[in-house]
Design a protein around this ligand. Structure first.
Ligand code: PTJ
Length: 272
């Protein structure tokens, strides 16, 4: 994986390898140039949350998966960053939840659509919505390329999963009555705030957990799934996630001032 070899004992191995994956995705036209910048922003917020999946995020994942399993027409919106980072998990999750994958790009270019389509097919996808040859319609109140949606996908969806999304689109989807689920490391972004369920976690950690949770939750009754959705409150979830970041930053700042930086391993041990 990646363009350069990262030694196993490098303390930032996972982060550096993920960076390599995104760069490779950009070279293959999967990732937009702006996607590199979006990734850097994600890295900064991941640093603030301690590069780990919090209990809060685990609860949001459960609410998200329950909501998707309860939906009549769930759809997963795929952009360049998400396709580059977790293609296999997207396909697995789509199969487990019967939520089709729809390519929906902010920075649309035909060669990007083709590259993303190929990456998803290589990852095992059988059907992809949102390509230029598919029937489409437009979401009102949105001026970007993302206004165009698949007639059998987002157009008729009741629940849309939009990881790493820009705020305008989330607002527009809510305005046309869709429920929105996102994965976004920034708990203050407009997408995070406007979504019904926000998973404040890195997509590279969240997506495998979503797959695992979908496998477990498929055998739950409708009443059990409804109970999981009902006890989740996104406002509380965002407040708690932000609080975790503030506390983590205070601890890290103190440690840095005492010249005793803590490693991710030490943080994980402190969590247990
Ligand atoms: O592929 P395209 O053309 O559809 O474009 C995709 C990007 C990501 C460029 C576009 O959607 C965009 O500009 O997004 P934003 O507005 O930068 O929002 C991306 C959000 O995702 C930000 O809040 C980032 O902090 C967050 N983010 C970035 N990387 C990750 C992430 N959240 C979770 N996991 C990540 N790996």
């Amino acid at each position: 994986m990646g363009l350069i070899e990262i030694p196993d004992d490098h303390p930032r191995k996972v982060s550096l390898e993920t960076r390599e994956t995104i760069i490779e995705g950009h070279q293959k036209h999967i990732v937009a140039t702006a996607g590199l910048l979006a990734h850097g922003r994600g890295e900064a917020f991941d640093y603030l949350i301690g590069e780990r999946t919090t209990q809060q995020a685990k609860e949001a994942i459960q609410a998200a998966v329950a909501e998707i399993l309860l939906a009549d027409h769930p759809v997963i919106s795929v952009n360049g960053n998400v396709c580059s980072l977790v293609p296999r998990e997207l396909v697995q999750f789509s199969e487990l939840t019967k939520a089709p994958l729809e390519i929906n790009l902010f920075y649309y270019r035909k060669e990007r659509e083709d590259a993303i389509l190929k990456a998803l097919l290589d990852a095992g996808a059988k059907e992809i919505l949102g390509t230029h040859d598919r029937p489409s319609e437009t979401i009102p109140e949105l001026s970007s390329n993302r206004r165009k949606v698949d007639s059998d996908g987002i157009a008729i969806a009741d629940v849309v999963i939009v990881p790493l999304e820009d705020g305008d689109r989330t607002e527009a989807l809510r305005a046309v009555g869709k429920r929105v689920i996102t994965v976004d490391l920034n708990p203050m972004s407009r997408t995070s705030v406007f979504s019904n369920v926000t998973i404040v976690d890195n997509i590279i950690r969240a997506m495998p957990l979503m797959v695992e949770t979908a496998k477990r939750f498929r055998s739950l009754s409708e009443a059990q799934l409804i109970e999981i959705v009902d006890k989740f409150d996104n406002g509380r979830n965002l407040d708690a996630s932000l609080q975790i970041m503030i506390e983590h930053l205070q601890t890290e700042a103190k440690a840095a001032l005492q010249r005793k930086p803590r490693t991710v391993k030490e943080l994980k041990e402190a969590d247990q």
